[in-house]
Design a protein around this ligand. Structure first.
Ligand code: SAM
Length: 156
């Protein structure tokens, strides 16, 4: 869930989580510059344990469609530092493909487990955890698909 864009020069610690070992290996190999600060974890995010308030940035792109948001949001809210930012990408309804067509067999397996999360539901769950919306935007994609991108921070 960590931001791959994090520069080692300004980041003490990076954690990347995915339940799929193929993804974790690919991500690790694709970002060798994170080696010094990176911790790649292959596990369900629901089973991960971190210190409360230990992350300044948590990024979850196209993850909540595969987990129960009401389980993961409280965890993420607990891990977020007081001044931290949470960024989330959701897939919106529409288009002719439910999941990126990369040819990856593991992605194809995922497609049956996907459940779209309405942004309104996400925002309500986040609010219940003391997180307020800072920004939202919709990103149109090819073939009628689109993403919703939202950022959240703690209520002051
Ligand atoms: C559509 S892919 C998105 C991958 C990546 N975040 C991206 O934006 O390219 C969904 C990812 O969620 C992972 N995933 C599904 N259930 C998970 C869980 N319970 N814990 C951690 N990762 C999970 C899948 O293995 C897959 O890599």
């Amino acid at each position: 869930m960590g931001s791959i864009a994090s520069a080692p020069a300004i980041t003490d610690r990076f954690v990347g989580i995915d339940v799929n070992p193929e993804y974790v290996t690919l991500a690790r190999q694709s970002h060798p510059r994170l080696k010094q600060i990176g911790d790649w974890i292959c596990a369900p995010v629901e089973q991960c344990v971190f210190e409360p308030a230990s992350f300044d940035l948590i990024h979850a792109a196209l993850l909540l469609e595969y987990v129960e948001p009401s389980v993961v949001l409280p965890l993420v809210a607990e891990w977020l530092a007081p001044q931290g930012a949470l960024s989330i990408v959701l897939q919106l309804p529409g288009g002719d493909a439910q999941i990126s067509e990369t040819g990856s067999s593991s992605l194809q397996l995922l497609s049956g487990r996907m459940r779209l999360v309405p942004p309104e539901r996400l925002c309500a769950l986040a609010a219940a955890e003391g997180l307020i919306v800072r920004s939202t935007t919709q990103i149109p994609l090819a073939r009628g698909k689109s993403f919703w991108f939202g950022t959240f921070s703690r209520r002051a």
